[in-house]
Write a protein of this length. Sequence first.
Length: 162
Amino acid sequence: MTIAIYPGSFDPVTNGHLDIATRSAALFEKVIIGVYDAPPKVLLFNTAERLELMKKAVAHLPNVEVQAFTGLTVDFARKVNACVMVRGLRMTSDFEREFEMALMNNKLAPEVELVCMMTKLEYQFLSASLLKEVASLGGSITYLVPNHVAEALRQRFAQRQG
Ligand code: ADP
C-alpha cells in the first residue's frame, strides 16, 4: 500500500490545502495529513484546533487521516510507514523553499520520495497568512476556506477585538 504524508502548519486549513489533499487522495491509497505541532511561526490556532479544523475539512475523504506531529517531518513519514511526502507549489518562491527542503530531506531519508503538486489557478495567491490578515480586517474570505474555518476565523478575531 502506498502511504503518503501531506505535512504543514495548516493555520488554518484553506481550500488550497484541501485541493492538494483531495488530489493526493486520488493518487495514493492512504494519505496522512501531518499537522506540524510547533512550526517556527506565530500561530493563530493551537495544535488541537488546527487538527479539528482539518479533520472536519477532510471528513468526506475515506482514505485520508489527520495526525499531529513534532520533530523532523521525515521521522513522521517513517513512523507512519509513508514512502511519499506531498507538498503544494504556488509561486516560484515556494519552489525555491521546497527544493532546499527536499534536498535536505533526501539526505536524511532517501527512501521518502517528494511529490509536489501545482496549485489550482484560483488558489495561486492563497496563503494562510494573507487569509488571516484579510479576515482580521473584516474582509470576506468565504470562498477561500470551508465554512467551518470561516466561522472559526470570525470567532477568533471577534474574541480579539472584544
Ligand atoms: P508550511 O508551514 O509547511 O509551509 P503550510 O500550511 O503553509 O505549511 O502549507 C502546507 C503545504 O501546502 C505546503 O506545501 C504549501 O506550499 C502548500 N500550500 C499552501 N497554500 C497552498 C495553496 N493555495 N495551493 C497549493 N498548495 C498550498
